[in-house]
Design a protein around this ligand. Structure first.
Ligand code: ZN
Length: 363
């Protein structure tokens, strides 16, 4: 199994230590994996029921905390039925665990003993937990403004926490610099092709939960876009296998304060637009330069989707509206409901609720 550069087509072995093309700097991806329904392990309720579609070496140790298998719960929203995929019930409280279980399993299989990542919080907490599970030392570079609850979670798992002042991007630069030193692997969730091989399982699960149908609409917040891109990949593999008859429209949500993908989409561009980022309570999607921006824009357009931007006030209102339906999520996750109040959608709508309200508990 090989990784392919998205730009110059250079191929690489599937090694989690290679996080981007060394020739041109673009991101790498696995080729599509044929989905074979007969290989689904019916008794396994975790995402590893789809092991045959996850490109790890046959003898790779699986580093798992029981992730995946999240409920799909419907609720009425302004007279429309919406199915919520409760990703916040994951082992560390966010959807990130889907990507992390695959990435850390790959690191373990490659014999990595110390790895670093940068994160606004949820990916860091997820990485810290799975690294602990694997016996891999973890160093996390985080913006110093991240939620205290997320920073505490990372520290409690035993990871080394490096707080970096300034915008989110400074944490990325610090991680890249520190990992140029040999011995510390840059296990970047945003760049890693292994991440998408985990997040794609959300599409498999949704299709199974809808009795092998695709929803008409799938809506998720976009920061680095790893959930949306994973979903697109998963649905595309199901379509290739003839198990669903169409791709859902993919709808991404960004905060008005940080909307590089929305800007690029509206202007008809193939890349994100450099933006002047403002503060937003949706800290999980406060990403000014998503590394896979071009790929996200392509995915949105290819499915007839769009990007919606929402204000902090609308996010808080949406969070309260979800909570009154028994669903307590962090502000970043509530963006999907704020977005659904702004646009017309029809048919089967699935919205990902990505992160737990306990991560940023304020009333
Ligand atoms: Zn390349």
């Amino acid at each position: 199994v090989k990784l392919v550069c998205s730009d110059c087509n250079q191929t690489y072995s599937a090694d989690p230590r290679i996080w981007r093309c060394t020739h041109c700097g673009a991101w790498l991806d696995f080729r599509a994996v044929p989905f074979r329904r007969e290989t689904v392990e019916a008794r396994d309720q975790t995402l590893w029921r789809y092991r045959a579609m996850i490109p790890l070496p046959p003898n790779a140790p699986i580093v798992t905390l029981g992730e995946g298998g999240t409920p799909l719960v419907d609720a009425e929203l302004d007279g429309h039925r919406v199915y919520f995929k409760l990703e916040f019930l994951a082992p560390t409280g966010s959807f990130k665990d889907r990507g992390t279980t695959v990435l850390v399993s790959a690191l373990k299989a490659a014999g990595v003993t110390h790895a670093a990542d940068d994160s606004s919080g949820n990916a860091g907490a997820s990485f810290a937990a799975y690294a602990a599970r694997a016996g891999i030392a973890a160093t996390l570079f985080v913006p110093s403004y991240a939620s205290p609850a997320k920073l505490a979670q990372i520290a409690v798992y035993g990871a080394t926490l490096v707080k970096v002042d300034g915008p989110r991007e400074n944490a990325t630069l610090a991680a890249e610099e520190a990992t140029r030193d040999a011995g510390l692997v840059y296990a970047t969730h945003a760049w890693s092709p292994f991440t998408l091989q985990g997040t794609k399982t959300i599409a498999y699960e949704i299709a199974e939960q809808l009795a092998w149908r695709a929803p008409d609409v799938f809506i998720a917040p976009i920061g680095q876009g790893t959930l949306l891109l994973g979903a697109q990949r998963g649905f595309a593999e199901l379509l290739d296998a003839g198990l669903i008859s169409k791709l859902p429209r993919l709808i991404g949500v960004q905060s008005v304060g940080c909307a590089p993908i929305a800007e690029g989409f509206q202007r008809g561009l193939t890349r994100a637009v450099p933006i002047d980022k403002k503060h937003t309570i949706a800290e999980g999607i406060s990403i000014a330069k998503p590394v896979r921006a071009a790929q996200i824009l392509r995915a949105l357009r290819a499915t007839g989707g769009t990007v919606v931007t929402v204000t902090d006030d609308a996010i808080l209102e949406a969070r309260a509206s979800l909570a009154r339906r028994g669903l307590f999520v962090e502000p970043t996750s509530a963006t999907v409901v704020a977005a659904l109040k702004q646009i017309e959608v029809s048919g089967i709508v699935v919205a990902a609720l990505t992160g737990s309200g306990l991560k940023s508990a304020t009333s």
